[in-house]
Design a protein around this ligand. Sequence first.
Ligand SMILES: Nc1ncnc2c1ncn2[C@@H]1O[C@H](COP(=O)(O)OP(=O)(O)O)[C@@H](O)[C@H]1O
Ligand SMILES: [Mg+2]
Length: 238
Amino acid sequence: MLALENVSASYGYGKVIEGISLRVNAGEICAILGANGAGKTSILRAIMGFLPSVTGSITGPDGVRIDGLPTHQIARAGVGYVPEGRGILYSLTVRDNLLVGAMREGRAASLDARMESVLRKFPILRERLDQDAGLLSGGQQQMLAIARALISAPRVLLLDEPSLGLAPLIRRDIAETLVTIKRDRGPAVLLVEQDVKVAQRSADFALVLRRGRLIKRLDASGLVDREGLRNAYLGQSA
Ligand SMILES: Nc1ncnc2c1ncn2[C@@H]1O[C@H](COP(=O)(O)OP(=O)(O)O)[C@@H](O)[C@H]1O
Ligand SMILES: [Mg+2]
């Protein structure tokens, strides 16, 4: 569903990610863990076509090659993106934020059906439909950002640090939401996180990124093995 083969990318000088290969199937969550500056966001930006020079191959839904395509075509191919900092529009209502997400073309189900489907997953948003998004709590804003990506029924979902800046209890809600999305015959999810607990609660496996390279793969049991995790992270700071 999403496959990267030997992907490298730069912002014009020096590679920020190098030799990245990974595969995420539908209904799976793959977490990318790593320190600040490791290149996590850059992997997502490379997939979305935001980086000026990307080499290697990136394959999206239905085996379509998406590397080299303009961003709007990558979105149309079924790739949803929730950027770091959420990217919602604070002065628009919750409903209008969702409608912005829904305007992406090419999805079969009617707008009403898609709206209903995301509101079922996020009841709190239904209660707030006519409120400005800027009045939501941080956790609710993150839910809105995820809902806005889901309303276009993406088959690949890229999430950049959804738990950033949120209290531990709210982080747990986010992790549970991700599990719900997955259970519901969900998209292939690539989840960038620094919070290991969010990854533990939601991911099927995790990849550890260090200075632009994937250095370790942890399966679900490896994710709960504190010793193994500590070693993976110690490796990072070394
Ligand atoms: N727009 C940019 N232009 C040049 N360098 C950048 C840009 N954005 C990030 N970088 C550099 O790329 C590296 C990886 O950054 P990033 O992917 O944001 O890491 P992470 O998300 O893991 O914190 C860092 O060294 C950062 O300084
Ligand atoms: Mg980042």
